[in-house]
Design a protein around this ligand. Structure first.
Ligand code: MN
Ligand code: MN
Length: 456
């Protein structure tokens, strides 16, 4: 159960791992916001025969969905539910995998433009848990959307490929001898330009940058109705002289989102209904209309059961109560440079397979989901039968580590749920690191999960 997985994937056996990870790297390089992930998911789902739930609801067709049919529902362009109708009635239970597609980053404020010392600046508000100093002196890109008063939209991607980048500056060591690294959130400001527009009467530096944006038909006021995320510029790439790992932005939790998406896209005619949920807002407490606490995914299930001719209030409650779920979220991989907070025997190692966390929470397991051993035994059997390599972990030493995912929220339905994800180094930093073999094993784990029988 705990070898270095590269032994299993040596020689010719490395090829499928590399092929899978090449697709993953492309995804990471282009999908740096929730909306970009949703666009990617819709495109690939439609190619595999998934039909829009909204279209079905509006079609007034009396044709019922049948086993094997595939449906997807999109919530505000920032969350998606993919569903395959099982051979068994939906109320017998659903196999659900849930991952999040939001990642720590720095957002533009709704009124971002100002000037300081002859520069055009952009004011920001960080999103999620970050060590702020890590985000300074990095090449950064702007990804997002601007919605004008008339409803027209423009997607923004500035700072990728050979585009000009922007960024947060930091002081030279000569002027900051103590190296305190205590950057205040309010001081994370983007340097956006340094040319004074001679024609402008005031705010000449701001004016020059706004002239650039005018070419995209975007005004300063349009930033109030915009979502612009400042993310690390550049592509995901191989890491290590042996190319065994991947370094890329947003792997928490897009590594699990991509593998879960791949698993449901390749799932055909499952015995029990299969569902994949990719959600927003996990990094800020799963709140809001697009977070997992929103009723959206439950409403989707209601609509799908209705389209199957299987809707009843009791049926919905049974389907959720009998569900099996993997909360697919990353965990902390043991860092060879910082061993102190880890327990080497019980924490996750890179290249040792998908990591199951029976419970999360912190301190005396406060705030934990705690998976049932009966469910874990079924998972062990299914994974062992398929030869999926896994590890049973915590996240950091007792009283030092801990955290929460979407698991404890979904557990409120009374379903079986456990955290299962890929170990990550540099978590929440601009460039996170994962192992290729763990990514491949997560994908194999999720494919296996969708075939599991539900016993409840
Ligand atoms: Mn996460
Ligand atoms: Mn996170």
């Amino acid at each position: 159960m705990e070898t270095n997985l590269w032994e299993k994937y040596s020689g010719d056996k490395r090829k499928p791992v590399e092929d899978f990870c090449a697709g993953y790297k492309d995804f990471l390089s282009t999908c740096k916001t929730e909306r970009e992930c949703i666009k990617f998911a819709i495109k690939h789902a439609e190619e595999k025969g998934f039909v829009s739930l909204e279209k079905l609801m509006n079609s007034h067709s009396t044709k019922k969905l049948k086993p094997g049919d595939k449906v997807y529902g999109v919530n505000m362009n920032k969350a998606i539910v993919l569903f395959i109708v099982g051979k068994q009635p939906i109320e017998y239970g659903v196999n659900i995998i849930g991952a999040h597609i939001d990642s720590p980053r720095i957002d533009l404020k709704a009124k971002p433009f100002y000037e300081s010392a002859g520069f055009c600046m952009l004011d920001t508000h960080y999103y999620g848990g970050i060590k702020k100093y890590q985000w300074t002196t990095q090449p950064m890109a702007l990804h997002g959307v601007v919605v004008r008063k008339d409803g027209s939209t423009t997607d923004i991607v500035m700072g990728e490929n050979d585009d000009a980048v922007v960024g947060f500056s930091d002081l030279l060591p000569h002027l900051q001898k103590d190296d305190k690294k205590d950057i205040k959130g309010e001081d994370l400001n983007i340097i956006a330009g340094n040319i004074a527009n001679p024609k402008a009467k005031k705010d000449k530096f701001k004016d020059f940058v706004l002239e650039v944006l005018k070419k995209k038909n975007i005004t300063e006021d349009d930033f109030f109705s915009a979502e612009i995320e400042i993310v690390p510029a550049g592509k995901a790439r191989d890491f290590g002289l042996d190319s065994s790992m991947i370094m890329g932005y947003g792997q928490d939790d897009r590594v699990c989102a991509y593998t879960a998406l791949k698993a449901i896209l390749e799932c055909e005619a499952p015995e029990f209904s299969a569902m994949c949920i990719l959600v927003d807002k996990e990094e800020v407490g799963s709140t809001g209309a697009t977070g997992i606490r929103s009723k959206y995914f439950e409403n989707c299930l209601v609509e799908i059961m209705n389209l199957c001719g299987q809707y009843s209030e009791l049926g919905i409650r049974r389907a959720l109560n009998r569900a099996n779920m993997l909360s697919s979220d990353v965990t902390a991989g043991i860092d060879p440079n910082y061993l102190a907070p880890f327990n080497l025997a019980t924490d996750a190692h890179l290249a040792k397979g998908i990591s199951f966390n029976k419970y999360t929470g912190s301190g005396g397991k406060y705030g934990a989901n705690d998976a049932n051993p009966e469910f874990i035994a079924q998972l062990r059997r299914a994974m062992d039968d398929e030869g999926v390599t896994y590890q049973a972990n915590e996240m950091g030493k007792v009283d030092e580590g801990g955290g929460g995912t979407i698991a404890y929220i979904m557990a409120m339905y009374g379903m079986n749920i456990i955290d299962a994800g890929v170990p990550v180094l540099n978590m929440h930093a601009p460039w996170e690191i994962t192992s290729k073999v763990d990514i491949y094993e997560a994908y194999r784990c999720y494919k296996t999960f969708y075939k599991m029988p539900i016993k409840k």
